[in-house]
Design a protein around this ligand. Structure first.
Ligand SMILES: Nc1ncnc2c1ncn2[C@@H]1O[C@H](COP(=O)(O)OP(=O)(O)O)[C@@H](O)[C@H]1O
Ligand SMILES: [Mg+2]
Length: 73
């Protein structure tokens, strides 16, 4: 099952809902959370520190995909 939490508007509880939902799902099975927001609040909200220069999903969608002509659909 894949659940996408998306809305162009900020401050509508996407991150909060995702943290709560993933925590609930992880209680009964494995749950992979992918943070596509360049702000990375979901990542830090789950207690993970992004190191300076570390690649994130945002770089995959922008810098790397442009450099190697990769199209992300
Ligand atoms: N159910 C809720 N009740 C009250 N405040 C909430 C609720 N869900 C989220 N918030 C608050 O709303 C703000 C925006 O939430 P956030 O999840 O960061 O939104 P988004 O990821 O869509 O930008 C945060 O300050 C968060 O604490
Ligand atoms: Mg957010």
């Amino acid at each position: 099952m894949i659940i996408a939490v998306t809305n162009q508007k900020g401050g509508v509880a996407k991150t909060t809902s995702t943290i709560a939902l993933s925590g609930l799902l992880a209680e009964s099975s494995s749950c992979l959370v992918v943070d596509f927001d360049p702000q990375g609040n979901l990542t830090t909200g789950l207690g993970i520190k992004i190191q300076p220069g570390q690649m994130t999903a945002y770089e995959v969608l922008t810098v790397i995909s442009k450099r190697y002509s990769i199209y992300v659909l």
